[in-house]
Design a binder for this molecule. Structure first.
Ligand code: NDP
Length: 265
């Protein structure tokens, strides 16, 4: 019997994770199956428990269950603790080990796929929701000169930044500041919105990164007009999956052909 893995979410039909993990398994000669499971909004814990009792070895967790997954764990990695959210569960005997691979996925996409040096750079992180929280510690571990968090609700950015001993605020606080990397971790792109950003936000050679993928966004269009390089979050999606695959199987798949195939599709 191949080892069983899955991704739990609500909705989940759109998920690319089964395709990504099937490709990783084929590439690495690993015998496993990976399915997408729609968990009822009020039934996530039961769904995971059933999957585990049926022999599941681990699972990924996506919207809206990452915080609930955090509570379900008996042990957590430091990066999951820092995020306050879990996207990767490993079932080890009686233990449920919780991890968060989103930040590592973002950092690998930025540094390895996009050639962005983070050490000594000025980084702006937009948003203070789950996606933003998950990437702060891994970004800080790259030793940027500054990481500033901006959010529509400024108080949320300030509170989140204070937990990591960095600075945060509202979009009005960005006046006069310039960044080498601007990461959009807000849900604004989902609704076709652009947070109110000043024109002179991007330093020469800056990269604008939108965690959303699959379509051009007002943020990336704005960044292009300002002369910045742009990238969407497809690489992050594949890299966070590769990091989860590594956590479970101890081998690192080659992500480049998977990113290229998804982009073509
Ligand atoms: P949350 O709902 O947890 O957070 C939403 C954030 O966006 C809040 O900070 C909110 O501000 C802000 N926001 C929402 N609408 C607007 C708007 N119109 N203008 C300005 N700010 C706005 O979402 P997540 O953090 O889970 O996800 C954010 C994005 O990241 C999504 O697009 C998601 O698809 C993407 N993502 C991509 C991943 C990848 O692998 N590529 C992985 C994880 C997420 P406020 O606090 O003021 O409400």
């Amino acid at each position: 019997m191949p080892d069983r893995y899955a991704v739990f979410g609500h909705p989940i039909a759109h998920s690319k994770s089964p395709r990504i993990h099937a490709e990783f398994a084929r590439q690495c000669g690993q015998k496993l199956v990976y399915e997408a499971i729609l968990a009822p909004r009020e039934g996530f814990s039961d769904a995971v428990r059933n999957f585990r009792n049926d022999g599941g070895r681990g699972c990924n967790v996506t919207v809206p269950f990452k915080e609930e997954a955090y509570s379900l764990c008996t042990r957590r990695t430091p990066r999951a603790e820092a995020a306050g959210a879990v996207n990767t569960l490993s079932f080890q005997g009686e233990d449920i080990l919780g991890d968060n691979t989103d930040g590592a996925g973002l950092v690998r996409d930025l540094t390895l796929n996009l050639g962005m040096g983070l050490a000594g750079g000025d980084i702006l992180l937009m948003g203070a929701g789950g996606a933003a929280r998950g990437v702060i510690l891994p970004l800080l571990e790259c030793q940027p000169a500054r990481l500033f968090i901006a959010n529509r609700t400024a108080a949320k950015a300030e509170a989140l930044a204070a937990r990591f001993h960095i600075h945060g605020g509202g979009y009005a606080d960005l006046a006069g500041k310039r960044f080498d990397l601007v990461i959009n971790a807000t849900a604004a792109s989902l609704g076709g919105d652009l947070p109110p950003l000043p024109d002179a936000l991007f330093a020469p050679g800056a990269l604008a990164y939108d965690m959303m993928y699959g379509r051009d966004t007002p943020f990336l269009a704005f960044a292009r007009e300002c002369g910045a390089r742009t990238a969407d979050g497809l690489g992050m999606l594949v890299e966070q999956a590769a990091e989860a695959f590594f956590v479970w199987r101890g081998v690192r798949p080659d992500t480049a052909p998977v990113i290229a195939a998804l982009r073509e599709a």
